[in-house]
Design a protein around this ligand. Sequence first.
Ligand code: GAP
Length: 453
Amino acid sequence: MSASTDSQRMEKIVSLCKRRGFIFQSSEVYGGLNGAWDYGPLGVELKRNLKNYWWRVMVHERDDVVGMDGAILTHPEVLKASGHVEGFSDPMIDCRTCKAHLRADQLVEKKGVKQCPNCGGKDFTEARQFNLMFETHVGAAADESSVAYLRPETAQSIFVQFKNILEVSRKKLPFGIAQIGKAFRNEINPRNFTFRSREFEQMELEYFCRPEQGMELLEYWKEERLKFYDNIGISRTNLHVLTVPDAERAFYSKGTYDIEYDFPFGRQELEGVAYRTDYDLSQHQKASGKSLEYFDEETKERIIPHVVEPSAGVDRTVLAMICEAYAEDQAPNDKGQMESRIVLRLHPRMAPIKCAIFPLLKNKEPLVAKAKEIVALLRPDMTVFYDEGGAIGRRYRRQDEIGTPFGVTVDFETLGERDPALRDTVTLRDRDSMKQERVAIQDLPAILRERIR
Ligand code: GAP
């Protein structure tokens, strides 16, 4: 993790997220539930755009990947076999001075002495292992026999359904199974806004292959995932690939990359790309007693496939997109004077609202009617927002702040009052360059579809 942080920038981002309805603290009116977040009207659109695009490139645009949607409630035997019941824990200590519960690796070291990051205290309890899984009970009996867990990753349901999906999809190695869904971890210290939450979403692909293909596919998926971030507007200069050192990798992994992003609070993991060998399928085969082997028709061999797993966090990627997009610059107001503006330079394919439509004046019925016609024209293809309130510059500013990439203004030229050649044309404004072009209304759907794809 890099030491450079920008807490002021982060505060502005958190404030914008709340002010404009991207992300709220969960249960806020009751004081908030730590580690849980609710996405507002714009946040939910941004999140959906991300998940839909991931699904499009990872499943729909490929012949070798199918999807699934598994249950969150998980049988304890699944998580015993995967090693989560025994080993999915963080070492935890308490500060005896301020009573804070801390992960052991959060202590700060000053002059060789470990200190509490909250109060500077130096008196701690012994480290104890704290399992991060949320346990619950299924059915009426609340005893050992009814224990189930909220899944700590989506991956395990993919491994457990491997055989069923292989049979119904009739795929040949190498092929993948993809899933997007909620995961839950009782993190000791949720922090950095949504970055470390207790309830979050993952986008995971388990890509099954022959053992000899594993290392090559690890490289392949790392590169594919880096391309993905480029395609959602996260610049390569802010991404870093960390080769996880042997000592820090899971014992069964033959190679792991962390794709990290330069958040305002430091360089942190966005996604892991791991070669997990045949560990998971072997464990489930052993524990369930059911064969999870793959029969190769050509070689007449039975093997347990190996797996390469790109595993990304939805919430972390949403946060990275917002951090990447947040900018402050200068824009002219209605009198042509420059003033400061906040702009979210979200990639158009990710932006919650694609196009805002403004009649120049709200009390001019023909302008309003034309603007509403354009809303109806564009709505089948994209999210649009109609706004007739306030000076046009202020309306642009409101859309800039939420990342709307295009603005259409219906003016007197549109009505053909000054120049009949301009009848049924509008100005199309670009959020980033603030340049305006005059386009025919009938061309708008095709022009915009191309730019937001
Ligand atoms: N199946 C592999 C797996 O779950 P992980 O590195 O523990 O690996 C994968 O998690 C991704 O899930 C992370 O890179 C991160 O984006 C996201 N993630 C993990 N824990 C998270 C948390 N507490 N809050 C938000 N996102 C989290």
